[in-house]
Design a protein around this ligand. Structure first.
Ligand code: FAD
Ligand code: MLT
Ligand code: ZN
Length: 466
């Protein structure tokens, strides 16, 4: 009997190297331990990882990237895994690099209102640290307990307060990031004024893990607003609600958030989150407005502005105490989980010029029904900055006909196919249709220069090189 041939498997060799870098307990190969890292929040996207590694320092991240580059194995950076476009989970055979252990909060400058945090720190943990010193984080979103600061920078997350403070890119003062070859880019602490060549921090914001792995971030903080008020107001249609939002934004300097949702979304939220309606009467469309100030109570101005709109008192609720404000916010924030509880959604996060916002809300169900009459459409969003979240339930996860129909409508209305969630793997085919061949070729040239072997998040933003 001859001896069995000795087969060299480079993947086994890579796993051994990874264990040596991060330690056995932080290199997960067992299927049950990997599972939570392999499926995205919506359950629409999933894939098997070769391994999940959880490095504890930028040096370990560099060593992991070098080992994967030598083995020609792709790496999927992952923070809180709350991304909604499939960019944080493997497509099949990659190494997932989780930043969860890089969660330090360091170098808090309470005088300047700046802080350096590990990429894996959750938004909620940074908010708590900032608030204890009288500051706040400029970006806030419903996934705050899990979303990581690194993931938020990598997606250039937006959320509810963009109209006041801008998205994550505008909170960024400095960064530490590891490139595909393991080299470390460092610009910490970073300066509010810093015209020393290309804005690499700005480039990494929104790069979705395709250019480098962020390991630390320097954030600018914003003053914590002690005085706040929230109102929910019902309207007969989207056009009137958007008109009201525009007027409130123009007239109230204290506006922090302007959010829109519809009555069928409210019904879902009431059912799944077990919350009460804002008032007894029902209306087809609702506007949530939040105002905040650190000098004077903004409630009176809000009430006067709502009166000036001719708001029907039977379809309006105002809250100033923390519990009441929270209850009203739940009606908008819990749409994501309520939709998810009904099925696997097609999530179409888009922007349109404000003048076309109501038209998108009104036409989206029709374009969806034209390709899938049984599908259900739920639209809500950050009306203050033109961002609509069109959610479609019904079509199979890999059936892209409704995605095509809605994104086609968005381009017809002069919008963008991704407002705040990114391209991920969900919208790769749509990047060229939105930005055009020349722009996407320029983006691809940057990708090829930074990551010539294409190991960082292959399949995200661009189709793989053929
Ligand atoms: P992940 O999901 O882990 O990753 C997202 C992307 O970033 C992936 O491409 C990944 O590869 C990359 N990445 C992660 N960490 C790093 C890193 N350190 N370096 C390089 N690349 C990295 N988004 C909004 O913009 N606004 C909202 O209002 C909003 N609300 C949400 C509400 C809910 C309930 C949920 C579930 C999600 C919501 N999101 C929202 C989407 C999501 O929370 C954001 O996209 C968030 O920024 C993702 O952070 P994360 O740490 O979970 O990233
Ligand atoms: C939101 O604004 O609620 C989030 O972006 C998540 C979603 O689109 O459901
Ligand atoms: Zn959103």
């Amino acid at each position: 009997m001859g001896q069995a041939p000795c087969r060299y498997d480079p993947r086994v060799d890579l796993i051994e190297r990874l264990r040596g870098i991060v330690g056995n307990s932080h290199c997960l190969t067992d299927a049950t331990l990997r599972a939570g890292y392999e499926t995205d929040w919506t359950r629409r996207f999933n894939g098997e990882a070769l391994a999940v590694v959880r490095p504890g320092s930028a040096d370990e991240v560099g060593a992991v990237l070098r080992a994967c580059a030598e083995a020609r194995v792709g790496v999927v950076p992952q923070g809180g895994n709350t991304g909604l476009v499939g960019g944080s989970v493997p497509r099949g055979g990659e190494v997932v690099l989780s930043t969860l252990r890089l969660a330090s909060i360091e170098d808090f400058d309470a005088a300047a209102g700046e802080v350096t945090v590990g990429a894996g720190a959750t938004l909620a943990s940074v908010q708590a640290a900032a608030e204890s010193a009288g500051w706040a984080v400029g970006v806030d979103l419903g996934a705050r307990d899990s979303a990581s600061i690194g993931g938020m920078v990598a997606t250039n997350a937006g959320g509810a307060n963009v109209l006041r403070h801008g998205p994550m890119r505008q909170q960024l003062l400095g960064f530490e990031a590891v490139r595909a070859d393991g080299s470390v880019l460092l610009r910490l602490p970073g300066m509010p004024k810093d015209n020393t060549g290309y804005d690499l921090a700005g480039l990494l914001a929104g790069s979705e893990g395709t250019l480098a792995v962020l390991t630390r971030v320097r954030l600018r903080l914003v003053p914590r607003l002690a005085q706040r008020a929230v109102a929910v107001v019902g309207f007969a249609d989207a056009t009137t609600a958007v008109g009201a939002a525009t007027q409130l934004r123009r007239e109230l300097g204290s506006v922090l958030a302007l959010e829109l949702f519809t009555d069928d979304g409210l019904v879902l939220v009431m059912r799944h989150a077990r919350v009460a309606p804002p008032f007894a009467e029902r209306r087809p469309v609702y506007l949530l407005v939040e105002v905040g100030s650190d000098v004077a109570d903004p409630t009176d101005d809000l009430v006067v502005a709502l009166d000036a709109l001719g708001t029907d008192a039977a379809a309006a609720a105002v809250a100033t105490d923390p519990g009441g404000r929270h209850r009203l916010w739940q009606l908008r924030e819990r749409h994501t989980e309520a939709v998810n509880a009904e099925g696997v959604p097609h999530k179409l996060d888009v922007s349109v010029p404000l003048a076309r916002y109501a038209e998108l809300i009104e036409r989206a169900p029709g374009v969806v029904a034209a390709v899938d009459p049984a599908a259900r459409t739920f639209s809500y969003g950050h009306v203050g900055d033109g961002n609509v979240h069109v959610n479609v339930l019904g079509p199979a996860p890999d059936d892209e006909a409704v995605d095509d129909a809605v994104l086609g409508l968005v381009l017809e209305l002069g919008g963008s196919v991704s407002a705040e969630h990114g391209i991920g793997v969900a919208k790769v085919a749509w990047l060229v249709r939105d930005r055009g061949e020349t722009t996407v070729a320029a983006m691809r040239a940057i990708k090829d220069a930074w990551d010539p072997a294409g190991i960082l998040n292959p399949g995200v933003l661009f189709a793989p090189h053929s």
